[in-house]
Design a protein. Sequence first.
Length: 439
Amino acid sequence: MNQLRPRGPRASARRAALGITAALLGAAALTACGGDSGGDSGGTTIKIWASVDQPIIDGFQQHLDAAAKEAGLTIKFEKVENINQLIMTKLQAGDQPDIALIPQPGVVGDIVDLGAAYPLDDVVDTAALGETMIPGTLDVGTFDDKLYGLLVQMNVKSLVFYNKPAFEKAGYQAPKTLDELLALTDQIKADGGTPWCMGLESDTATGWPATDWFEDLVMRYGGVDGYNQWVSHEIPFDSDLVRQAAATFEKIMFTDGNVLGGRKAIASTGFANAGYPMFDPGGPSCWLFKQGSFIPNFIVEGAGTTLDDIGAFGFPPLEEGGDNPTLGGGDLAVLLDDSDNAKTVMKMLADPDLGLEAAPISSFISPHKNFDTSLYPDALTAQMAQVAYDSTAFLFDGSDQMPGEVGAGSFWREMTAWVSEQEDLDTALTNIDASWPAG
């Protein structure tokens, strides 16, 4: 298995908080989901829960149906909202699907702690997957040195978008290093433009775009090991590594003239419409916009442009040709039934060709680095996927792996307070560390 950092016993306080309750519920959940089946064939209808967009489900269904028919099986997808919460409730009640596509590794870990997930090491060919998948993708679903979650579709977050016609007309080029990105920032400003578009506002989730910035910078300065140690709080927020990331973020975002509206506007600007001014009628009011692979459709609808006019490059590494990790997210297939038939379907989900039908009709991006990019619906999606395929490691969104009170709480709040000058950096980092659950 191509693991970058095999995970030992997890110290996540969120999962540790399950405590004795998890141990008691685990036995019930294990029995309910087939723990005593001993690999029996089980039913011929295999139920899969997923929260991905319906076109992705439709494409998966089409791809799997032929193989399922040959195996004498029926695969039934169910689109489930709030799957992270619902799956835990259903597992504890003994009422769950055979397989679930889970969008957060932390929830996969919770399921493992309940004893309700089955390891995949003897179900799928991990050696072959290590050859076809982006480095690090198998590590995302590995707990206690066993694979429990298989990434089947992903999104890419280490991306910088721009107005392609204007960018090319100005003679700008995609930077190959972080220093070149800083130089491009200075060049745009010297040419009379405002380099960056930036917004943190996202209703109750305000602040999350800043966490993505920090994650991209921490993984560059700290490497894979440093990033993972930070995500697990082995390296605290109040550390040299995080302060180094903060210094670069501050240089880019807080320098006068670097961001449209200035520092004071960042926290109140919507995360999606922050990028619309790249396509203002008189030319870009801001030129660069760091966001995830989901954002182009927002820009098309909000700015009245086309996908053909949106360019993208990968958030650059420290050194050209050096370590070049990619930040992302995605959905992990988790086996919740030990039957032979459920295992057969899990093997189908491990097929590198999964997505051949989904790619042309949806936002699907394959985690397999040799996936045919010509199948994606447009050149921009192919370009975004290639950023991940060319990377040296795929690292899952850090805030999604942290305890909820941090990753979806204090991290968002404290970044917003710092950016909006309600707090200084020292206070923000100290507050985040203090919010980390004990245990």
